[in-house]
Design a protein around this ligand. Sequence first.
Ligand SMILES: [Zn+2]
Ligand SMILES: [Zn+2]
Length: 277
Amino acid sequence: MTEKTPPTDGNTGGDALKVTLLGTGIPNAQINAFGTSTLIEAGDEKLLIDCGRGTAIRLSQLGLGVGHVDHILLSHYHSDHYAGLFDVVMTGSIPQKFGGRMGPLHVYGPPGIDRIAEGAWIATGPDRDIRVADNEIDPEHMRIIPHEYEEGVVYDRGGLVVRAIKVDHGDFIDIAYGFRVEYGGRVFVHSHDTRYNENLIAQAQGADVFVHEVAAARPEIQAANPAVGLVMAHHASPAEVGRVFAQTRPKLALLTHMVLLKPDPVSVEEVMAEVAT
Ligand SMILES: [Zn+2]
Ligand SMILES: [Zn+2]
């Protein structure tokens, strides 16, 4: 996104902060937008934020081994944000070009991350047993090391600083975070899943790139169907996202995680027009 120097041989080079949106989808399985995942590359650092469905495929499309990213931050625990984690932890442990992890996988999340690490170790056991018996892998390369975080700095290595921003993903979801990523004077902000949120607005100031989620439903559909209203109560409407961008004024504003509710879904063009008003 905000490269100051052109990449060479896959390196971001110099003080560039390179951000690749690997997945911009929602829980529905769809081929044109996999689950949420963002690759951050800065100097020698490589980091994934969220690990939704298809993350391993998108990494391989970039020519990266699935095991070449050792640190993953999770925003919250809806399936579309970490359903791809088991693929990454298992496939990444295979010592070939398409895998290649040489140590454990560090995964950072809100409270609950211990359960994911313990569960993954159990669920991946049968595959690990076969490969260890075959002298194929080091079993520790299939281990998730959990790191529980709260609001504030989650990751600070090699000049790359990532801050978790508490957001508001609905009345009964107490733990959901967006992220502010800084490196070499560049700032990238991703809302992840949230309603209109003042804390996010306060911490998203000065962004070069700000990616925000959005959900839309026609008023008559929302009025007639309580389930549609329930979904909308977890997300930001196009008009609300427009207010967020107006109050933060990023150099580049992008929409992601577009929940366009049926029947008669609002078009992307209609969403864009409403965000802009
Ligand atoms: Zn969610
Ligand atoms: Zn989501």
